[in-house]
Ligand binder design. Structure first.
Ligand code: SF4
Length: 370
C-alpha cells in the first residue's frame, strides 16, 4: 500500500517536472509531507537535469572572516552575537582585518572572502567601506562577498542613505557580491517569534532587488528547523522564486539547518534537524525554486558525509574550503572549520560527480576527471 500511496502523491508532480512545468504551493507542501525520501531525491535530481544541470559539482576556495560579533538585534536563534560589554565581543579595525586576511592568503591562496557580521550600533558606514577599500588594494584578485542584506539595511539606517546609495558606495570600494544571510523565514508569524528585531522582509528583498539592478549578484538562504511550518517554508521559497523572476541576480540558494546549541531553543528542548529532514529540504528546494541555478549543500552545517549524499538530492555545490567558520560553530556545529581541496575532490568523485573548482561567479577555474 505504501507504494500505491507514493505513486498517488508524487506522480502528478513528476509529470510536471518531466514537462518542465512549475510546481505550485500545494505541490511544495505535498513534497514536504511525503515520507518517501528516496523518491524525493530522485525527483529533485531529475528536475536538476531537466533544467540543464550536468555532473559537475562546484566548490570555491574561500575564507570566512568577521569584522565584529557585536549586534543589537538579538535574534533568538543566534549564538554568535554579543553585546559590546560581553566577554568575547570583538570589533576589528580595517588594518587588523586586512593584515589577518593577507596572512591567510599567503598560506591558502583563496579566491574569495566571505564576510558577515553582527549589526553593531557602535560603528558607521566608513567602518565597512574602509575595509573593502583596503582589501581591494592588498588583495586585488580576491572576490569580496561581503555583507548580508540585513547589514546593508543596517548601514542605511546608520548613514541615512538609501539602500542604493549604500550599495553604490560599497561597490566603488570593492564589493563583489552579497551573501544570502538575514532571510531566515519570511513569514511574519515566524519572524516575530525568532527575530523580532530584524528588518521586515520587504527591506531584505529591496536590498537584493537593488543589488541585482546595479549588477551585483547575490545569494539567498532559508534558515529552517525551528518554529516554521512546511507551508511557511514553501511560502519562503516562492517569494524567492518571484524575486528571481523579477531581477534574476540570485546565483545560488543555501538551505541552512538551525543549530540550537547555546540559544534559548536549546533550553526549551529543541534538537538538531535530522539527516532525513535536511535531505528533504534540499530536494524540495531544488524542485520548487526552479529558477536559481545552483543549490549548495553547506557541509559546515550538515557535515561532509550528508553533503555528499545531498548531491543526489538536487545539490550541485558543496560550497568550499571555508576556513574559519564561526557562526554555526558558536551554535554547536562539530564539523571541522576547513576542508582541503583534495578532500573535496575525493568526496565529489566518490559521489560519482565531476569536481570543479569555481570562482564566486561560477566561472570554472579547474576541473578534475570524474
Ligand atoms: S543572526 Fe545576525 S542579526 Fe541576528 S543576532 Fe545574530 S548576528 Fe545579530
Amino acid at each position: 500500500m505504501a507504494v500505491l500511496d507514493r505513486t498517488d502523491t508524487l506522480a502528478p508532480i513528476r509529470e510536471k517536472v518531466e514537462a518542465g512545468e512549475r510546481l505550485d504551493f500545494e505541490d511544495g507542501v505535498a513534497l514536504f509531507e511525503s515520507d518517501d525520501l528516496l523518491a524525493l531525491g530522485e525527483l529533485a535530481d531529475l528536475a536538476r537535469r531537466v533544467r540543464g544541470g550536468d555532473d559537475r559539482v562546484f566548490f570555491v576556495q574561500n575564507l570566512n572572516l568577521y569584522q565584529t560579533n557585536v549586534c543589537r538585534v538579538k535574534c533568538k536563534f543566534c549564538a554568535f552575537a554579543k553585546t559590546q560589554r560581553q566577554d568575547g565581543a570583538y570589533t576589528l579595525s580595517a588594518d587588523e582585518f586586512v593584515e589577518n586576511a593577507v596572512r591567510q592568503y599567503e598560506a591558502t591562496r583563496f579566491t574569495e572572502i566571505h564576510c558577515v557580521n553582527g549589526e553593531s550600533p557602535h560603528v558607521d558606514l566608513d567602518f565597512y567601506v574602509e575595509v573593502l577599500r583596503k582589501l581591494r588594494e592588498a588583495l586585488p584578485d580576491v572576490h569580496l562577498k561581503f555583507y548580508t542584506a540585513s547589514e546593508i539595511h543596517h548601514m542605511s539606517t546608520l548613514s541615512g542613505l538609501s539602500h542604493e546609495e549604500v550599495l553604490r558606495e560599497l561597490k566603488d570600494a570593492g564589493l563583489g557580491s552579497l551573501p544570502g544571510g538575514g532571510a531566515e523565514i519570511f513569514a511574519d508569524r515566524v519572524r516575530r517569534l525568532v527575530a523580532p528585531g530584524k528588518e521586515h522582509p520587504d527591506e531584505w528583498f529591496d536590498v537584493h532587488d537593488t543589488a541585482h539592478r546595479l549588477g551585483i549578484t547575490t545569494q539567498c538562504t532559508m534558515l529552517y528547523g525551528h518554529v516554521e511550518t512546511y507551508e511557511e517554508r514553501i511560502d519562503h521559497l516562492l517569494r524567492l522564486r518571484a524575486q528571481q523572476d523579477a531581477s534574476g541576480g540570485f546565483l545560488s540558494f543555501i538551505p541552512l539547518a538551525f543549530h540550537p546549541e547555546n540559544t534559548v531553543f536549546e533550553r526549551r528542548g529543541w534538537r538538531h534537524t535530522t539527516g532525513a529532514e535536511d535531505l528533504k529540504t534540499i530536494a524540495v528546494s531544488r524542485l520548487v525554486l526552479d529558477n536559481v541555478p545552483n543549490l549548495k549543500a553547506y557541509w559546515i552545517m550538515m557535515g561532509m558525509p550528508l553533503a555528499q549524499v545531498a548531491l543526489h538530492f538536487g545539490a550541485n555545490d558543496v560550497q568550499g574550503t571555508v576556513v574559519r567558520e564561526e557562526i554555526f560553530h558558536a551554535a554547536g556545529a562539530t564539523t571541522p572549520t576547513e576542508q582541503k581541496l583534495d578532500e573535496l575532490v575525493r568526496v565529489v568523485r566518490d559521489a560519482g560527480r565531476v569536481p570543479v573548482q569555481r570562482d564566486t561567479l561560477y566561472n570554472e577555474l579547474r576541473r578534475w576527471a570524474a
